[in-house]
Design a protein around this ligand. Structure first.
Ligand code: 6GU
Length: 226
């Protein structure tokens, strides 16, 4: 999968996407993330990419021209499955969106800043608008990093044990069951007996029941979806 990200602060994306599992995904050639500094397409030598909003009011708006030039430049060599604008008024990101996005070949992310981007870019280029939750970040970069991580780890071959993503929280709208490691008895705190006995059918049944109980207790809303 190839992901291009247009940003005014591409430095914000570097650390989260170049360590741990996202680093390994890129080293294995399964994921390519390219960041593009919007200032390359600034309208003047001051690096201007934003301007005052028509109608008045506080806050700058990211201008059409730099974004238009950035997007069309990238489109000249890549056909995007989705052009995604990260914005607090987008659809709230969740695991099923991550699952669907992980199936694509080419994605373009646009990170907003200030008051956001000129509406005409949204109208003419953007195919999906995503938020990562009901709070406001100072820009879309951290949201882009969250989304790239969530979808990158779903690409086949990225996780060592490919089955492990199948048992994540939120797959099948269930939270994950509890996990334990050695020792079996720590300070008299015991690991559930069924996990020690090694009967895979019983373990699976126990995990499912535990996941269901935890979901009912903590996130009953998940069981009502779909
Ligand atoms: Cl995608 N962008 C910004 N600026 N704030 C957010 C967000 C995105 N998602 C939640 N808050």
């Amino acid at each position: 999968m190839n992901i291009d990200i247009i940003s005014v602060v591409p430095e914000l994306l570097e650390s989260p996407l170049n360590h741990s599992i996202m680093k390994r995904a890129q080293e294995k050639g399964l994921l390519q993330v390219r960041t593009h500094n919007l200032r390359q397409w600034a309208i003047n030598k001051h690096g201007q990419v934003d301007d005052y909003q028509y109608g008045g009011g506080a806050g700058m708006v990211m201008m059409c021209e730099p974004l238009y030039n950035a997007i069309t430049h990238l489109q000249s060599t890549t056909t995007y499955d989705e052009i995604i604008y990260l914005t607090p008024d987008g659809a709230t990101f969740n695991q099923s969106m991550a699952n669907r996005l992980s199936l694509h070949q080419n994605l373009l992310f646009i990170c907003g800043h200030y008051k956001g981007i000129d509406q005409r870019i949204r109208d003419h280029f953007v195919t999906k608008e995503i938020s990562i939750g009901d709070y406001v970040l100072s820009g879309g970069e951290l949201a882009a990093a969250v989304i790239v991580d969530a979808i990158g780890r779903l690409i086949p071959g990225v996780l060592n044990d490919e089955t492990s993503a199948l048992f994540d929280s939120f797959q099948d709208n269930l939270l994950a069951p509890p996990v334990y490691t050695r020792p079996a008895d720590f300070n008299g705190w015991k690991v559930p007996e069924v996990l020690l006995q090694g009967d895979p059918k019983k373990v699976e049944a126990w995990r499912y029941e535990a996941a269901l109980a935890i979901t009912k207790a903590k996130r009953p809303d998940l069981l009502k979806e779909e």
